[in-house]
Each structure stands twice: as C-alpha cells, then as structure tokens.
Design a protein around this ligand. Sequence first.
Ligand SMILES: NC(=O)c1ccc[n+]([C@@H]2O[C@H](COP(=O)([O-])OP(=O)(O)OC[C@H]3O[C@@H](n4cnc5c(N)ncnc54)[C@H](O)[C@@H]3O)[C@@H](O)[C@H]2O)c1
Length: 357
Amino acid sequence: MNKKVRVLLIGAAFSADLHMDGYSRCTDIAEIVAICDKDISRVEALGSRYGISGYEVYDNYEKAIEEVDCDLVDICMPNFLHHDVAMAAFKKGRDVISEKPLATTVEDAVEMVEAAAKSGGKLYYAEDWLFAPALNKALSIVEEGAIGKPLYIRARESHCGSHSPFAQTIKYCGGGSMVHLGIHPIGFMLALKNGRWTELTAMTSGGLQNNFIHKGMEGEDWAACMIKFDDGTSALLEANYLTMGGMEDIIDIYGEKGCMHLDLTFSSAISCYSIPGLSYTVEKAEITTGWSKPAVDEKFNLGYVNEIRHFMECCLKGGDARVGLRGIDGLEALKVINLIYRSAKEGVKIINTGLDR
Ligand SMILES: NC(=O)c1ccc[n+]([C@@H]2O[C@H](COP(=O)([O-])OP(=O)(O)OC[C@H]3O[C@@H](n4cnc5c(N)ncnc54)[C@H](O)[C@@H]3O)[C@@H](O)[C@H]2O)c1
C-alpha cells in the first residue's frame, strides 16, 4: 500500500462534492486519481472547484473501474447503482465506500457484504451523522453521566425534498423519506445500541396520492418509527419532505437526570438579517432573505470531513471502519428500514426475533 490512498471517485454531483471537501482536507493520506460521471462537465466543475489536477476523467464507471490503478472506489451515485459499482470494484480487489443507503434492496446489500468478504476488500458505509462533532460531544456528556441513563431519544432528518431525479421512483432509490433521510437517525441509533433493537412500529404517508405534498413521488413524504432497544431505551425516529426553511437534523436525548437538545443544521454562532439575501445559508433553504443562521463549516459539522479521514485511515491500515460505518451496518440499517415499511403497510408491530436475549 502507498502512503496515500488512491481514490477513484464515481459520481460528481451533490454527495461527491461533500466527499471532495473531505478529500481536500486530507491530502496527507488521500489522493484523487480519477473521477467518473456520465456528465463530464460535472467532473470538470468538481475538479476545478477543489483546485485539483492530474486526475483521469471517465464517463463510464465500468471502464473506469477496469482501467484506473487505485486502492479505493468511492460511490457517490444514485442508490440503485451502489450494488453494481461495488460488485465491479470488489472484482478488481478494491476497497469501497458506499453512500447511504447501502443498496435499494436487502438482497443487493447482502451480495455487496458477501462480495467484500470474498474479495478481501473492505466495504465502508458512509453514515456521516456518526462523525458530527456535536453528536459526539453529546455522547461524551452522556458517557460522563451528566444526564443519567438515557431513556428516550427523538431524532429526525427532514427537508423539502430530494433534488435528485432518481429519488422519485422506488426502483431507483428504494423508498421515500425514510430510506433517504430517516436512515441517518436509524443508523445512529443502531450504532449507539449495537443493533440490539427489540420491537418497532411505524407509519408513513404511503406514497403518490397519499403523500402530503409530493404526489408524484412513489415513496412516502413522511414516516415515523417507534423503536425499543434491549436496554430499555425507546426512540422516535422520523423523516419527512415537508420541512421548509432548510434541512433539520435534530436529536433530543432525555435521561434519568437531565436532557439534551442538538441541532446540527442551525447551531451557527451567526444570526444574520439580510434584505437582499445571502448566496447560501444552510442545506435546502429555499430563501436566504430576512433572518437566517448561516452555517459555519457545514460539511464539517454534519460529519463528512472526519468521515472521509476515518475511511482513508482504515484503508491505509487495511482495517474495518468503526461500528456503524461497516458494510454490515449499512445492511442492518436497510433491513430495519424495510421492516419499518412492512410495519407501516401492514399496520403491525415487528418483533426482532434475531436477538439472542
Ligand atoms: N450522506 C448524505 O448526507 C448524502 C447526501 C446526499 C446524497 N447522498 C447519497 O449520495 C448518492 C448520490 O446522491 P447525489 O445527491 O449526489 O445524486 P445526484 O443525482 O445529484 O448525482 C448522481 C451523479 O451520478 C451520475 N450518474 C448517474 N448514473 C451514472 C452512470 N451510469 N455512470 C456514471 N455516472 C452516473 C449523474 O450524472 C450525477 O452526476 C445517493 O446514494 C444519495 O443517497 C448522501
């Protein structure tokens, strides 16, 4: 292994930009050797935005994986392509980062985990919440006993709707707001409780005409899940596409001796009032006029920067990622999401029979 991880980045749009910011801050251990997107103009725009040069440009991911001499393939592609790209990368013996969700179906996700094991490559699952500094600080406060034993956690990600055309069709994305956004609180809770959930009950808006706002979208635009863990903790995990004014990433922790409220999006030290408006305030904000809380280093605060560094360090060592960030964790999160959809559709409570209690 070289001293730097040689990365082939596949996809050059929204999430690729989040990852590139991370790579631009760990040039000591990572190097982008190639970028692929079927829209070459996006590759060029991304490269010039981060001031990199000397990388190879591809518009076909199969050719890129076949030809590029790299250590790791980073998949920033629509959900339905995570599986095929990862399988091709493992065939070449590469390590892989997959954006969330790991795949659109549990079957595909299982194949990815198995292919990684067979090839000896590592599958890293990009759950950025686990690197959000505020969330980690909150967990250290819990650890020191400052709010006593946590009893109930409420967490949500929500915004006004995905910008991606692939997010409208279940075949391409796997569901609605729960699989796109709720997967963050789900992944966080599963990592926190080592996957030891005991029962869950869920409701969703149902998709298409049953949705509140997004009537053309096959997946739901609102979903919520009550879930219990074997240490007695309960959680309410929610996702929706009904939220205007910017993305909400909010976590409330209620303990025996105190409570904590976290706001990953709007916790800026700046309050700004603007009549003409700013060029940008926070992710998914429709307008920037009037009062706003412009994010200070949003990508760092949402966890992407430390996520990329962690994966690069793991790749250099040839080791697994932390709990919550391995392929099997992405698979477990997807399984829970599917059970949430089943609970909502059938109106049933799901008991986790896979736990040896
Ligand atoms: N962790 C997060 O917070 C977060 C945020 C946004 C998106 N994501 C995830 O990142 C992934 C990508 O999302 P996005 O918002 O960047 O999507 P996007 O639709 O903005 O971009 C996807 C890119 O892939 C390219 N592409 C599509 N098919 C291709 C093909 N066959 N060959 C080559 N290029 C192809 C498109 O041209 C586009 O540039 C999704 O899985 C999404 O869930 C994660």
